[in-house]
Design a protein around this ligand. Structure first.
Ligand SMILES: [Zn+2]
Ligand SMILES: [Zn+2]
Length: 182
């Protein structure tokens, strides 16, 4: 049987792994107050469902899904935009004294599964979700795949403005050719 818990208070996201058995426990997180101000993005909404269960004596598995609306700055034009990100993840948490090399060697081949070595028996789900949120975000943050960015010469916002720079590009092959002919 699956036991389900809705988590409203971020402080309870520290799980004591001693309590986790082979029966999955599901946590629903619907809160974004835990994102730190240092991040270079703002979380507008965050929802995650996380299933936690014991695989064996030393390994706890965490299966999760997350979806989030983030506000970030476009890498090309600098304007703020909102984007929806979604992802799923699997962690094998190796806790306590048993995090031996043999476990690492055996498990590391499976690339879809992240290994998480834990000192002690308290798992901070907030830390795990933050890591996953960052991994879920595209490497290049663009307000639009077609974003034209800023003109490298005059700084005009090319999505909404036109500048004359393109017309007089002196470093284009044709311009160089022209100057050679002179
Ligand atoms: Zn942009
Ligand atoms: Zn320009």
């Amino acid at each position: 049987m699956l036991s389900r818990a809705v988590v409203w208070n971020w402080n309870v996201m520290k799980l004591d792994l001693v309590d986790i058995s082979v029966e999955p426990r599901e946590y629903v997180v619907d809160d974004c107050s835990w994102i730190s101000a240092e991040d270079d993005f703002t979380v507008k909404s965050f929802t995650s469902t996380v299933k936690v269960f014991r695989r064996d004596d030393s390994v706890i598995q965490v299966d999760g899904r997350l979806s989030s609306a983030i506000e970030a700055q476009c890498d090309r034009c600098g304007r703020l935009f909102t984007d929806e990100v979604q992802g799923s993840f699997i962690y094998k948490v190796i806790a306590g004294e048993d995090s031996s090399l043999s476990v690492q060697e055996r498990e590391v081949r499976d690339e879809d599964i992240e290994l998480y070595y834990l000192q002690g028996m308290t798992l901070d789900l907030a830390e795990m979700l933050r890591e996953q949120l960052v991994l879920t975000m595209p490497e290049k943050r663009l307000c639009d795949q077609e974003c034209k960015g800023l003109c490298v010469r005059c700084g005009a916002k090319l999505n909404t403005e036109k500048c004359g720079c393109e017309l007089e590009q002196s470093d284009s092959p044709f311009a160089i050719l022209k100057s050679l002919k002179k």
